[in-house]
Design a protein around this ligand. Structure first.
Ligand SMILES: C[S@@+](CC[C@H](N)C(=O)[O-])C[C@H]1O[C@@H](n2cnc3c(N)ncnc32)[C@H](O)[C@@H]1O
Length: 262
């Protein structure tokens, strides 16, 4: 009943998520609203207009921070970006397309921008780099567009980068407009495989972990289709290729979960 209601009221498809994960999260709202059962909570969900949004917020986990897993960003800087730019050059492509899927508050795509600005300034002045951040949750995307962060989200940002691109404001940090302008944010659901944008680099970290294996497989194959020749996929440290998708990628770096489309 709860699954059906969320689909009807919010267009949110819970089918793809791991059952255990979803039940645990729904239980949080059942306790919070003092309902005595899932059925009673289902009725509340129908009655109370604000509750579907509260539930959605609990269901999608937005934990993120800048340069999460710094060794992955080091690899992007040392190997992946130089490789992608040379690929672009060789194939005389006009632009490089990056897609951060499940981008939460923008920390991931903005970290990629900071790397590009700091270490590839000359290259990106000659070449268009289109960076898309997408997430299923519209509220978290609004946060991303504001670019204001608490200090705990910035702990892995190297000091000089933080000083150059963030301004302290009433105990928080405002990201420079120049960096924010590099990213376009879009609300979209990973279920919509047919509209995956063409990309050279896909960052999809700490999202698939919440999904059922069969859906992970479908989405990973969708990424393979969306990537241009030689394109790169980066997963989270606890994620990997599954099923048929293993035939679509070659491993570039097993530790950092970096794969190249075949
Ligand atoms: C744990 S955060 C990961 C953020 C970032 N990628 C990182 O690794 O730091 C997971 C994000 O995935 C988003 N998400 C969950 N289900 C999704 C779906 N079906 N389609 C698109 N994004 C989804 C959530 O809203 C959340 O912002």
């Amino acid at each position: 009943m709860i699954l059906r209601l969320l689909k009807e009221l919010k267009g949110f498809n819970l089918d793809i998520y791991k059952d255990k994960c979803i039940k645990r999260r729904i239980a949080i709202r059942i306790r919070k609203t003092c309902c005595s059962s899932a059925a009673e909570y289902g009725e509340l969900l129908m009655r109370d207009k604000a509750e579907p949004d509260h539930l959605l917020k609990v269901l999608t986990i937005h934990v993120s921070h800048f340069f999460r897993n710094p060794s992955t960003f080091q690899k992007l800087k040392d190997e992946i970006f130089p490789y992608l730019f040379s690929l672009c050059e060789r194939e005389t492509r006009e632009s490089l397309k990056l897609w951060s899927v499940g981008c939460a508050g923008g920390e991931e795509p903005y970290s990629a921008c900071l790397l590009l600005k700091e270490y590839f300034a000359e290259t990106i002045s000659r070449r268009e780099v289109a960076i898309l951040g997408s997430d299923v949750n519209p509220e978290i995307l609004e946060t991303a567009k504001k670019g204001i962060y608490r200090e705990e989200r910035l702990l892995e940002v190297p000091r000089e980068i933080r000083d150059r691109w963030f301004t302290p404001e009433e105990g928080r940090f405002q990201l420079a407009p120049e960096i924010m302008a590099m990213v376009t944010f879009r609300q979209s659901d990973l279920c919509d495989i047919d509209i995956f944008p063409e990309s050279d680099l896909i960052l999809c970290r700490n999202v698939l972990i919440y999904l059922e294996r069969s859906h992970q497989e479908k989405i990973l194959c969708g990424f393979a289709d969306a990537l241009r020749a030689g394109g790169i996929l980066v997963l989270g440290k606890a994620e990997t290729l599954v099923g048929e998708s293993r035939k679509r990628f070659r491993t570039v770096c097993p530790v950092e979960r970096i794969y190249r489309v075949i």
